[in-house]
Design a protein around this ligand. Structure first.
Ligand SMILES: [Cu+2]
Length: 288
């Protein structure tokens, strides 16, 4: 626990332990912490792999940095004017030139192989258990559940003066996106205004929503909890005020939520259309 204004060791390490006084709902909540250095704790296999790739890169750049620093120190000490008054006139060294060409290529190949593998893994799922459609607007998000009675609703920020105790300023919304855990969720993203970006750090998801275009990604949330994100593409005056809150619940709880949501958001339900492509293409959610 920490009080406002004090920073605990836990938060500095970015360990992702929920530390808000009076936080009740789900056991795990992932949101930015003051002075956080590391990533939020991974909640999807994609983010776990991003963490692993990050760690690999960290090792590589650390070794390169140490090597370059050591070489610089060696040159400064060994070849300064006092230590080496008569400099060598050497201008070419074939072995050395081949080495400093081949070694960086090898390093790039070592980086490229896991990088491409990860890119394709993040791209899409071939076994989606459900689909979630995300629509960016100025300045809020709309969500559609095409496989669950075409539930549709808008998700708007809770203004500072309406925050309840425990709710996070600039991150909490009126209607959270609810998703089941351990389900491959195909996420389709578009915009009906300008460029936005749907970004949830704990999921390793950051995809631009583009007007007139449908983007795709996927996520499989492995731990129940609330995960916060923000629009990450400068989209206008209220860009900083269109947060994302995803609540991951068990499959049974999700089924209950679907039943409730069908009633609650009936007015916004997307009408049945002849072609699913058409229903996706307009990117609009009725009611706005
Ligand atoms: Cu934005």
């Amino acid at each position: 626990m920490r009080s406002a204004g004090k920073i605990s060791t836990v938060s500095v390490l970015g360990a992702g332990v929920p530390a808000w006084c009076g936080w009740t709902a789900p056991a795990l909540a992932q949101a930015p912490q003051p002075w956080q250095l590391g990533f939020q704790e991974a909640a999807t296999p994609v983010m776990e792999r991003i963490d692993g790739f990050h760690d690999l890169l960290l090792v590589i750049i650390t070794v390169i940095m140490l090597l370059v620093t050591a070489l610089l120190v060696y040159v400064v000490v060994r070849f300064n004017e006092k230590a080496n008054p008569v400099p060598s006139k050497t201008t070419h060294h074939t072995v050395l030139e081949v080495m400093w060409t081949v070694v960086p290529i090898m390093i790039l190949v070592v980086i490229a192989i896991p990088s491409f593998r990860l890119l394709y893994y993040m791209d899409k799922t071939t076994t989606p258990g459900m689909t979630l459609k995300v629509v960016g607007s100025q300045w809020y998000w709309s969500y559609v559940y095409p496989d669950h009675g075409r539930i549709a609703f808008d998700s708007l920020i809770i203004p500072d003066d309406q925050l309840k105790p425990g709710q996070l300023r600039l991150l909490e919304v009126d209607n959270r996106v609810v998703v089941p855990v351990d389900t491959d969720i195909r996420v389709l993203l578009t915009s009906n205004s300008v460029l936005h970006s749907w970004a949830v750090p704990a999921f390793g998801v950051k995809i631009d929503t583009v007007p007139g275009r449908m983007s795709e990604t996927w996520m499989r949330v492995t731990k129940p909890g609330v995960y916060y994100g923000q629009c990450s593409e400068l989209c206008g005056i209220n860009h900083g005020f269109m947060p994302i809150a995803v609540e991951a619940v068990s499959k049974a709880e999700f089924a209950k939520w679907v039943a409730r949501a069908k009633v609650k958001f009936k007015a916004q339900q997307v009408p049945d259309r002849p072609s699913p492509e058409l229903a996706f293409a307009d990117g609009a959610v009725p009611g706005r």
